[in-house]
Design a protein around this ligand. Structure first.
Ligand code: CTP
Length: 409
């Protein structure tokens, strides 16, 4: 559990941040909130102090002679700082290192990672001055941004400037708490696959599987928060799709094969977390089959094995990680798949344990790699497991790059 300091700026999206404060408290985090003077026009200190079970701080507290300066105390207390909504004014102050109020002074008195969530009218967001300030702010190593979303704004404009969705901010904050804000995947292009493919027999019937896409999407979000350029190819999922560099929806194994193959040559890593069907109906009927026309035995044919094909074409500078969702013995089939598909590593996870695997928030797994490393990860959140997988993948990738460089030398 972490100590989350929330700085609320003066924008209408401030009301959404109240919900996040409440969620974080319910999740067991300690939450303290600073309201800028304009923020108090939108929500009251009473609202956030009630939700956070802590006093809500305003500029009135900044000037109280209470011993150790409040901005130092708060800046040192925080494990992570969240600024939402980041208004144009707050952005300008932060970008130029101004410290004329409690929130901006606290930011400068802290070394904690900072997540900003900008929100403002589209015309304001697109001003050269605002974009210059935003780029200047992103150059700080401590600053992470969840970006803005496009859509209908409270001022009736339609365009970029909406606050990112609360679940995106929530997941990113959890990543920062887990990684202390490290951006160790910044140079990498990472392809992640997620979800379960569906192999249609006709427009209403398909062969599918219970995958929800949660593990793959957690991997994509974890990689995004660590600076990677993420491409997500996703089949059926119950999860919302994060704002990765490229998100490609697919339905069938065949479509996944085509999408993944098109992206793969430009990628450094591929993490193949999707549950891809092994078979597809031999014939697709473009119109709905009446019940009487359904065959007693359904003729099937093999679907393309995407991962196996990637294993055959991958370059030495690419890292390929497969997944093996298993019942019973985890390791023997996973080791076989590691070899048979020419993978760099495989993550085996049980799907016959209550509370882990398909449809659960949690997962556990065993990492096996081509260098003989074996790591056992006990049950944890899928986001935490995703970060552990990325740590292991990075270690393997860096050590392989180092050894190939020294063998050239
Ligand atoms: N996979 C794939 N294409 C398929 C089937 C699987 O790319 N048609 C990938 C999965 O995304 C996963 C890995 O292969 O990363 C292992 O998938 P799994 O279903 O466990 O193994 P299979 O090779 O299909 O073997 P089996 O079903 O016999 O266990």
């Amino acid at each position: 559990m972490g100590r989350i300091l929330v700085g609320i700026g003066g924008g209408i999206a401030a009301y959404k941040v109240c919900e996040l404060v409440s969620q974080w408290v319910q999740q067991g985090h300690q939450v303290k909130v600073i309201l800028t003077p304009p923020a108090t026009q939108f929500i009251t200190p009473l609202t956030v102090s009630t939700l956070s079970r802590q006093p809500a701080y305003t500029d009135a507290d900044f000037w109280q002679p209470t011993g150790r300066p409040l901005h130092i105390e708060l800046g040192e207390w925080a494990d992570v700082i969240v600024i939402a909504p980041l208004t144009a004014d707050l952005l300008a102050k932060m970008a130029h290192g101004l410290a004329d109020d409690l929130l901006t002074s606290t930011l400068l008195a802290s070394t904690a990672p900072v997540l900003v969530a900008p929100a403002m009218n589209s015309t304001m967001w697109q001003q050269v001055s605002v974009q210059q300030n935003y780029q200047a702010l992103l150059a700080w190593p401590r600053i992470h941004s969840v970006g803005v979303r496009a859509g209908l704004l409270a001022c009736d404009a339609v365009g970029p400037g909406r606050l990112a969705e609360p679940w995106e901010i929530n997941t990113w904050v959890h990543s920062l708490l887990l990684t202390q804000g490290k951006r160790d995947l910044q140079p990498y292009k990472i392809l992640v696959t997620a979800g379960g493919t569906r192999e249609y027999l006709d427009p209403v019937r398909f062969l599918g599987n219970p995958a929800t896409g949660a593990m793959g999407i957690a991997l994509a979000q974890a990689a995004l928060s660590r600076g990677a350029q993420v491409t997500l190819v996703y089949a059926h999922t119950t999860q919302p799709i994060p704002a990765v560099a490229q998100a490609i929806p697919v339905t069938s194994a065949q479509e996944m094969y085509a999408a993944v193959l098109a992206c793969f040559p430009t990628q450094d890593w591929c993490l193949m977390a999707a549950a891809v069907s092994d078979v597809q109906p031999a014939t697709y009927h473009p119109t709905k089959l009446p019940k009487q026309a359904l065959p007693a035995c359904l003729p099937l044919q093999l679907a393309p094995d995407v991962l196996k094909h990637l294993g055959q074409i991958k370059r030495a500078d690419q890292l390929l990680v497969g997944f093996a969702a298993q019942t019973g013995d985890l390791e023997t089939p996973a080791r076989e798949k590691l070899q048979a598909k020419n993978l760099d590593a495989i993550v085996a996870n049980p799907i016959d344990q209550p509370g882990a695997g398909f449809g659960s928030d949690q997962n556990e797994g065993i990492w096996l790699d081509r260098c003989g490393q074996r790591r056992v990860w006990p049950r944890t959140s899928k986001l935490h497991l995703a970060h552990q997988i990325l740590d292991a993948a990075r270690e393997l990738y860096v050590s392989s790059s180092d050894s190939s460089a020294s063998s050239v030398g």
